[in-house]
Design a protein around this ligand. Structure first.
Ligand code: HMG
Ligand code: MG
Length: 303
């Protein structure tokens, strides 16, 4: 396998959007600073969505402005033109639009059909292009939907092609409810790579059924090289009942380093960031690697 993987850290957005505890702007900024300090240079930091839909992401403008001095690439979610205008006012240079491969989730998450969502993104992409803003495209429910059940790969291919044709520089495939298994992930990537370049596909796998690392490995064997993950395994979508967090960044970094792939991430510093945010939300990290490293630290410090 070639030895370059790009990591997109989504903890401050996907990770915190589902938390019951309100996290202050200052704490969100401190979390992002710690992530960047650990070597994660691409971080999704917020969302310009309806505050009724996702109250956790209010004040994303303050968060984005608050990290602008850091050397990193900061992404924010944008569902429509209203979100685009607000994101631009806050200085966004990279945004992400988000569609679904299934109708049920599209309706629940963004209150429109899949076709309507693509039509809605058209003007957003045009405005982004005019402003020199890069646009990432997400597709949710690529390996299953909490409302519609099985999702056919062709449905994902169609949405990926639409987002690519609209001008998204990268399409991130979301296993929103973490139901995928390695062979399905592999077949999906192969199918989507028939419609757009593999180099521009990202894997965004939630870990509900504990399959995310195996699915990532299978995707890497197909040639995928961009991985979305969240520090500590934080995350979930309020519109995906029962889904847990993204694959943990610690677990991904540990696996990649074990494969001889240099991620540029300092796992000890990442653990400090994860432990700090875990204290804020009042739960230990679900990451197995974070738990193992924390246990090791405790043993060493008690010796
Ligand atoms: P709607 O109700 O159809 O929209 O919601 P609307 O245009 O009729 O507006 C309704 C209200 O929302 C109005 O306010 C608008 O001003 C306001 P009111 O008059 O009632 O006071 N509004 C906005 N406010 C702030 N920013 C905006 C905005 N747009 C409208 N951009 C809408 C449609 C898309 C807005 C709504 O459903 C929404 O915000 N949904 C976001 C849901 C979301 O953020 N989900 C989580 C992220 S996706 C995810 O986690 C999956 C992912 O991780 C990949 C994966 O894992 O699969 C990316
Ligand atoms: Mg997600």
């Amino acid at each position: 396998m070639s030895d370059t993987v790009r990591i997109v850290e989504v903890g401050p957005r996907d990770g915190l959007q589902n938390e019951k505890t309100a996290i202050s702007v200052a704490d969100r900024i401190a979390f992002i600073e710690a992530l960047v300090g650990a070597g994660l240079d691409t971080v999704e930091v917020g969302a310009f969505v309806s505050p009724k839909a996702i109250p956790q992401m209010v004040n994303s403008d303050q968060v984005l402005r608050g990290v602008s001095h850091l050397a990193g690439e900061f992404h924010v979610l944008v569902p429509n033109e209203k979100g685009f205008a607000a994101a631009r006012q806050a200085g966004a240079r990279v945004i992400a639009v988000f569609a679904s491969a299934s109708e049920g989730f599209s309706r629940a998450n963004i209150n429109c059909s899949v076709a309507e969502s693509i039509a809605r993104f058209g003007p957003v992409l045009s405005r982004a292009k005019a402003d020199g803003v890069r646009v990432r495209g997400y597709i949710s429910c690529v390996l299953g939907c909490p409302f519609d059940g099985e999702v056919k790969p062709q449905a994902v291919v169609d949405v990926a092609k639409a987002l690519w044709d609209l001008g998204c520089y990268e399409v991130s495939l979301g296993d929103t409810i973490g139901v995928g298994t390695p062979l399905k992930a592999r077949h999906l990537l192969r199918a989507v790579a028939g419609a757009m370049p593999m180099a521009h596909l990202a894997m965004h796998f939630h870990d509900t059924y504990g399959q995310a690392l195996a699915n990532l490995y299978a995707g890497m064997e197909e040639g995928a090289r961009v991985i979305d993950c969240a520090a500590g395994g934080l995350g979930g979508c309020p519109y995906a009942p029962g889904a847990t967090g993204n694959v943990a960044t610690e677990d991904v970094v540990y696996m990649l380093e074990g494969m001889g792939i240099d991620t540029g991430v300092d796992i000890a510093k990442l653990l400090v960031a994860t432990n700090a945010v875990s204290r804020l939300i009042g739960r230990p990290p679900v990451s197995r690697v974070a738990a193992a490293l924390n246990a090791k630290k405790r043993i060493v410090s008690s010796e």
